[in-house]
Design a protein around this ligand. Sequence first.
Ligand SMILES: [Zn+2]
Length: 139
Amino acid sequence: MAKEIVPPDCQYCNQPTKLLTGKELYGSDFKKTKFFWACKPCKAHVGAENSMGQPKGTLAKKPLRKLRRECHHHFDRHWHNNEERNKLYKRLANKMGYGYTNIHFGFFHELQCAEAILIMETKSWIEYNERNKPAKWQL
Ligand SMILES: [Zn+2]
């Protein structure tokens, strides 16, 4: 049985959001086959898994979307499969002082993004990931 999806409320105005296609959201062919939960008045949105719409996080306005993308930019260069990704999330969660490991950038707010970026820009973070890179990655 399909899991029931609860439409997310907008985290800025607390109003219900609407599931839109990329075409409806952007008014162009950009991401036209994707789906988004959107709050038009706030200009906030978040991606959905598919037309059924499991949200991939909380709604975000443009500056937060940019910060989340930046987090992924720093993070995604250091893993190639789910196991490596989970390990890396766990390491970042520990560095940020969280006792749990199921963190996801889609749920981060601005300060959490900023902190994660600061951690991921440090020499020790980068060097650790270089050292622990599986042999198959090396040239
Ligand atoms: Zn809103």
